[in-house]
Ligand binder design. Structure first.
Ligand code: NI
Length: 389
């Protein structure tokens, strides 16, 4: 079975929505225009229930199948938020909001789930219930967690949940899905190394925090090389080193360091946190300095449930054929807040090919509208084959 005909017919309309959302990007939880568009469309399609304000600004739509028996309840999730960056695509429908851009394709994800909703509300060729989940604040705001904390799974009795993300570099019309950990936990550390500043020509009269900071950055490399099982994964990237003064003849009191820690399992995650705190304190002390450490846990590991990953792969194969579904790929060290939904319910997160485009979070990135029929057909086929009428 290739792409569903009805969804191919809807492509021009869905593309229009996608470009409209693209032109009007909004950030985090502040999505008045996007959520109004989603709500209005869901109501126009004839959804059985449309509920805004879930997890602050998430929107939930419900479509019941043909039979009124309870049946299974499947959640399908799209993210709606853009990124705080300037667009450089030069597209006719480029961002009209300076400093905001749909550079991760969430415009496409939202449009694809809307297209799926239109198709499902029209055909209802399934037995059970579909819960459409439009979430805010994927880009650093944990909107997925906000919706789960707001009772998303229990309020609608969701049994299993699926999400989709476009993937530049994966050919158009291809899918990737894997069981187990697929994306990393993303934690952050902010460190202030405190010494005592003064004149750069009198280093013996100061406690220079800069050599301590440099030594700390180097020492932290051993978390990966010496503390982690070589067959496991960790990233410790210190990406920020700042002093207050820009003068070449001033030694500052403090140096600020900050970075990200990525891991694929909870044991390595706990170990990395402990070792980082020990190394920072001990290294600062070795140079006569002290350290303030603020360690913050972010999105957890995104773990696909094995059975649901297999189901998703079967569905993708039904849509695009065996040879165009990549199953069991290695995980990546990016992070995704769909992880919170997968902690609450079994499910899977799949990738749909965006073709040979700029990478996500790049100012020239654009979601590929030709991916829409594949994404929509995947969701529709998932519903129809998992809950046959
Ligand atoms: Ni994204």
């Amino acid at each position: 079975m290739p792409v569903k005909n009805r969804l191919a017919e809807l492509l021009p309309e869905i593309t229009e929505w996608r470009r409209d959302i693209h032109e009007n990007p909004e950030l985090l939880y502040d999505l008045p225009r996007t959520t109004a568009l989603v709500e209005e469309k869901l109501r126009a399609f004839g959804c059985d229930e449309v509920v805004p304000g879930v997890g602050r600004s998430g929107v939930v739509g419900v479509i019941k199948g043909k039979s009124d028996t309870k049946g299974r309840v499947i959640g399908l999730r799209a993210d709606m938020d853009a990124l705080p960056m300037a667009e450089k695509t030069g597209l006719p429908f480029a961002s009209k909001n300076p400093g905001k851009m749909h550079a991760c394709g969430h415009d496409g994800h939202t449009a694809m789930l809307l297209g799926t909703a239109k198709y499902l509300a029209e055909t209802r060729n399934f037995d059970g219930t579909v819960v459409l989940i439009f979430q805010p604040a994927e880009e650093g705001g944990a909107g997925g967690k906000a919706m789960v904390d707001d009772g998303l799974m229990d309020r609608w009795g969701i049994d299993e949940v699926y999400g989709m993300h476009n993937e530049p570099g994966l050919p158009l019309g291809e899918f990737g899905v894997s069981p187990g950990p697929i994306m990393a936990a993303a934690d952050e550390v902010k460190i202030v190394i405190r010494g005592r500043g003064g004149h750069a020509a009198q280093p013996h009269n100061v406690i220079d925090p800069l050599p301590a900071a440099c030594a700390t950055v180097m020492a932290l490399q051993t978390v990966a090389s010496r503390n982690t099982d070589p067959l496991k994964s960790v990233v410790v990237s210190i990406c920020v080193m700042n002093t207050e003064s820009a003068a070449t003849n001033v030694i500052d009191d403090t140096v600020t360091l900050a970075g990200t820690i990525r891991t694929l399992d909870e044991d390595v995650r706990d170990m990395a946190e402990v070792r980082i705190i020990e190394i920072v304190n001990a290294t600062a002390a070795a140079y006569g300095c002290t350290a303030d450490i603020h360690y913050e846990r972010g999105y957890p590991v995104t773990v696909n449930h094995e059975e649901n990953a297999e189901i998703a792969a079967e569905v993708a194969r039904a849509v695009v054929g065996e040879g165009r579904v990549h199953y069991g790929r290695p995980p990546r060290m990016g992070a995704e807040d769909f992880s919170y939904m997968l902690r609450a319910r079994p499910g899977a997160f799949v990738n749909v090919g965006n073709g040979d485009s700029a990478k996500v979070h790049h100012p020239e990135y654009n979601f590929n509208d030709e991916a829409i029929p594949y994404g929509c057909s995947f969701f529709a086929e998932l519903v129809e084959s998992r809950m046959p009428a």
